[in-house]
Write a protein that binds this ligand. Structure first.
Ligand code: ZN
Length: 275
């Protein structure tokens, strides 16, 4: 599933492609997860922002002056297999779930094989219809997020530390890949329920590092993740922990183990992450 580095990579490519483009028509799969795409007809794209794993496309309503604050947002969650492309011709693809025709003849479209993605159009900033987005924790690179604040956020739940990270509440944008990577770097057992202040601060630093490094490498492509220009990420060649079950730990050579933790496959080093 695309996590922060993948979604931010998409955002960076997408914004210059669609900014100032007017949406003159749209088509969408009838599912309520995709049908709201039609509500963007007539709007002009102002910008493309990101919160956690969500893309927020700012929309100017018809007649609204360019340069002003967008009155609405087109929200796209890529789910497991979603990708956005901008092409000169209309898509002809069995996995097209929504498409937006732009006034200059190009088409922005959403491809999603497994249909775990989601599209919504809301008043700008009104995210109550999307509870995960509404309750999202701080962005990892928010300067106001420091060790003590992150420690308090972790301590607010009795869940296992990895499960709590995946909830998006202590910090936004971390999924299975980068949670496993950051916990491995921090030497923290993903199954523990209490993380002290010193280890919490260290974990925050490792989360920031793994996300920043992955972003530098265009994200991690395991199977389906593609950027708007259809390129893959390169970070999959740099993973230390995720997907390396049975292979030697790069720190201590103990074989990594994989287990189900609250229904999520979790890889860790039984030696470095014993507690
Ligand atoms: Zn180890």
């Amino acid at each position: 599933m695309p996590e922060l580095p993948e979604v931010e990579t998409v955002r960076r490519q997408l914004e210059p492609l669609v900014s100032n483009a007017k949406i003159i028509d749209a088509r969408a799969h009838r599912s309520p997860k995709f049908a709201p795409a039609l509500e963007a007809i007539g709007s002009t794209v102002a910008n493309v922002h990101r919160r956690g794993k969500y893309l927020l496309v700012g929309l100017l309503d018809p007649g609204q002056a360019p340069g002003g604050p967008p009155s609405r947002e087109l929200i796209v969650h890529l789910g497991m297999t979603g990708a956005l492309h901008v092409d000169d011709t209309s898509p002809s693809d069995p996995y097209e779930r929504a498409s937006w025709d732009l006034a200059d003849g190009r088409t922005l479209w959403f491809r999603d094989i497994r249909r775990f993605g989601r599209i919504a159009v809301v008043s700008a900033g009104d995210h109550q219809a999307l509870p995960t987005l509404h309750h999202l924790g701080p962005e990892p690179f928010d300067p106001a997020l420091d060790g003590p604040r992150f420690h308090r956020a972790l301590a607010a739940s009795r869940s296992r530390v990895k499960t709590h990270l995946l909830s998006q509440r202590p910090i936004a944008g971390v999924g299975n890949i980068y949670a496993d990577e950051a916990l491995w770097r921090a030497g923290i057992n993903p199954g523990i329920r209490r993380v002290g202040p010193t280890r919490a601060e260290a974990l925050l630093g490792h989360i920031r590092d793994v996300l920043a490094e992955a972003l530098d490498h265009g994200g991690t492509t395991l199977r389906d993740y593609r950027t708007p220009d259809r390129s893959t990420g390169q970070n999959q060649f740099r993973l230390d922990c995720y997907g390396r079950s049975g292979r030697p730990c790069r720190r201590c050579a103990t074989p990594l183990i994989s287990r189900e933790l609250d229904q999520r496959t979790t890889t860790s080093c039984p030696n470095c992450q014993a507690r």
